[in-house]
Write a protein that binds this ligand. Structure first.
Ligand code: FAD
Length: 318
């Protein structure tokens, strides 16, 4: 079922979470280790992230460095299929990015998802690879997520890249996009960011999943700001519990987010990472309960390979 229909047909807050494909060389069972403990709480959908190629430098025997392009976390399509068939009652939402894809390759990926019976896509631009300062699209690729959304909408109308194709099939993808309560790092201000968020909705996206945030006020203000510019689709809060001491410095750097003073104070009182983990769960429960009371459509959790904290939150909230 399409995510938007799951939301519209439900009178209560749904539960969903995001998975990272395992690092190359690992086994699919590491995915099931994350998903199995969460199934008890009836997730409505599971997202699977997509990871672009990265350039790495490997030392050769002669001491020189060799430049190599690798994908550390391949397997989004296969994991999406595996999840779909292992848990038939749960929808799977693969992520599809602009980075590394030409429009033709995007079309092939969408055809694969369609053949697998997958009706949901989270459409994203992707970040610049670590060795690049700015995002550079492929030649004949999408520079921003809004044109990727438009390509998927075209396929939903039976319009493929080759307009000489006859009797084309209309796909039925429900497309979600990313939103940033604390603004996307490259945007000069929130108004600019919202203008382009609206472009993604106008191109056919039917809901938004937010970047993680630790202060619910940021989410509520973001929803108000979206409504103010005419964005009316459901806005799903994305949540990630703090797990380790290091994260209070790393998460703001990676995701351009603030960690509230009270949460930082609680984390700094902890003597071990086990205590930080517990603090993260308590904060996550409080955040989730308030969001649920305010009637959010879905509570969506970023697992980042760990599900015990999400399990504890889900147990307290759902
Ligand atoms: P866009 O919507 O294209 O926006 C990127 C920036 O460009 C913004 O600053 C925007 O304001 C600006 N902009 C947009 N359109 C235009 C335009 N037409 N002209 C000028 N400026 C414009 N990354 C991955 O690689 N894989 C994943 O699986 C993944 N999953 C994610 C899941 C969620 C819920 C979130 C919130 C993020 C995820 N990301 C993922 C990260 C995401 O790819 C990055 O944040 C990326 O930098 C922006 O992606 P976007 O789709 O929001 O980009």
């Amino acid at each position: 079922m399409r995510v938007i229909d799951l939301i519209n047909n439900s009178g209560k807050t749904l539960f969903s979470f995001e998975l990272l494909p395992p690092l190359r060389g690992h086994n699919i069972n590491s995915i099931y280790k994350t998903t199995d403990p969460l199934m008890e709480y009836n997730p409505s959908f599971i997202n699977v992230t997509y990871h672009q190629e990265e350039v790495v430098y490997k030392k050769r025997e002669n001491g020189l460095l060799e430049k190599k392009t690798i994908r550390k976390r391949p397997g989004t399509v296969a994991i999406s299929a595996a999840i779909k068939y292992k848990y038939p009652s749960v929808e799977v939402v693969p992520h599809l990015i602009c980075g590394g894809f030409t429009k033709e390759e995007t079309e092939y990926a969408l055809i694969d998802f369609h053949y697998l019976g997958i009706d949901n896509i989270l459409a994203l631009r992707g970040d610049a690879p670590k060795n690049q300062r700015t995002f550079i699209p492929e030649k004949n690729g999408h520079p921003y997520a809004n044109t990727l959304v438009a390509q998927i909408t075209d396929m939903n109308h039976g319009k493929y890249l080759d307009d000489e194709l006859l009797n084309t099939f209309n796909t039925n993808f429900c497309v979600g996009v990313a939103g940033y309560p604390e603004k996307h790092i490259e945007s000069p201000n929130q108004a600019y960011d919202l203008k382009f968020l609206k472009c993604k909705i106008d191109a056919g996206a039917e809901y938004i999943i937010t970047q993680m945030f630790f202060d619910n006020k940021k989410y509520f203000d973001f929803v108000d700001a979206c409504r103010h510019v005419g964005i009316t689709v459901p806005i799903i809060p994305g949540l990630k519990p703090i797990c380790t001491m290091k994260e209070i410095n790393i998460l703001p750097q990676i995701f351009n987010i603030d960690i509230p003073e009270n949460l930082v104070k609680e984390v700094l009182k902890c003597k071990t990472n086990e205590e930080v983990f517990k603090t993260g769960v308590e904060w996550g429960i409080a955040q989730s309960k308030e969001l649920m009371q305010r009637g959010v459509p879905v509570l969506h959790y970023f697992t980042v390979g760990i599900s015990e904290n999400i399990r504890q939150i889900a147990k307290a909230v759902f």
